[in-house]
Structure formats: structure tokens, C-alpha cells
Design a protein around this ligand. Structure first.
Ligand code: SF4
Ligand code: SF4
Length: 129
């Protein structure tokens, strides 16, 4: 995540949904997700621990939702985590992002979310001899 990423001051989806995925993504099966951080929820699916219950909150979510947050296994997180896009991150709306934010009293992200904009750099000016 970049410094401009609004997810870094949100974390609502990690504390709202059941975050489940195929067990083959676990380290014991050759994947990346630490086995100690998941719980089996079906013969083929596991969920991030803490998200299988209500209220849900992944054990790897550090910080306060809506404040400064981070994922303690960011590089090892599952495909479900990687593929969940914040609204307008890639130009498209994700109603599930809105729903998770609303559940935590956070307003939906806007299509022109200023936090998604890259840092401003000085304009290149041609040098005229
Ligand atoms: S593993 Fe990280 S990104 Fe995935 S639900 Fe947990 S805190 Fe969120
Ligand atoms: S709810 Fe949306 S903005 Fe918040 S952390 Fe998840 S993807 Fe990012």
C-alpha cells in the first residue's frame, strides 16, 4: 500500500466480512498464509482467524478501524485479501467496500478520492537555448 492509500486509515473490511479462501493458500500446502492464523470453515475453505465470528475482526489487523491500521501479514495475505479493491482504486465502484465502511461509521470513498492521486511532482519544463 502506498502512503496515499485510504485503506491505511480504514481497515473496515478486515473487521466486517468473513475472509475465507481455499486451504491450499496456507503455508502447509505450499502457499503463503501462516496456518496458525486461519481456522477451517468447510472441507475446502479456511478463514482468517477472527473473521469467522460476529463481530468479525481479523487477528492480523493492527490498530483501530478508521484510524491508523496495518496488516501484520501483509506480504503473506490471501488472494481474498489481495483481490478486495477499495472503491475507485481501479476506477470501479466496490459496494462491499462501502458496506464495510458504513458498518464502522465511515463515509464511502469518492470516485475522485484525493488520496488516490499520485503525489504532485514539478512539471517538466523544456529548456530553451
Ligand atoms: S490478513 Fe490482513 S488484509 Fe487479510 S483480513 Fe486480515 S488484516 Fe485484513
Ligand atoms: S473497506 Fe475499503 S477502504 Fe476500507 S480497508 Fe477495506 S478496501 Fe480499503
Amino acid at each position: 500500500m502506498s502512503a496515499q492509500n485510504p485503506c491505511m486509515s480504514c481497515g473496515a473490511c478486515c473487521a466486517y466480512f468473513r475472509v475465507s479462501f481455499y486451504w491450499g493458500e496456507c503455508q502447509s500446502a505450499g502457499g503463503t498464509v501462516p496456518d496458525s492464523q486461519v481456522i477451517a470453515v468447510s472441507p475446502h475453505l479456511v478463514a482468517m482467524s477472527g473473521t469467522e465470528q460476529k463481530p468479525a475482526r481479523c487477528v492480523n489487523l493492527m490498530g483501530d478501524v478508521g484510524g491508523c491500521v496495518r496488516c501484520s501479514i501483509y506480504e503473506q495475505r490471501s488472494s481474498t485479501c489481495r483481490e478486495f479493491a477499495a472503491s475507485w482504486e481501479d476506477g470501479s465502484h466496490n459496494p462491499s467496500c462501502d458496506r464495510a465502511r458504513a458498518a464502522h461509521g465511515l463515509a464511502p470513498l469518492e470516485p475522485l478520492e484525493p488520496l488516490w492521486q499520485p503525489p504532485q511532482t514539478p512539471e517538466m519544463t523544456p529548456v530553451v537555448a
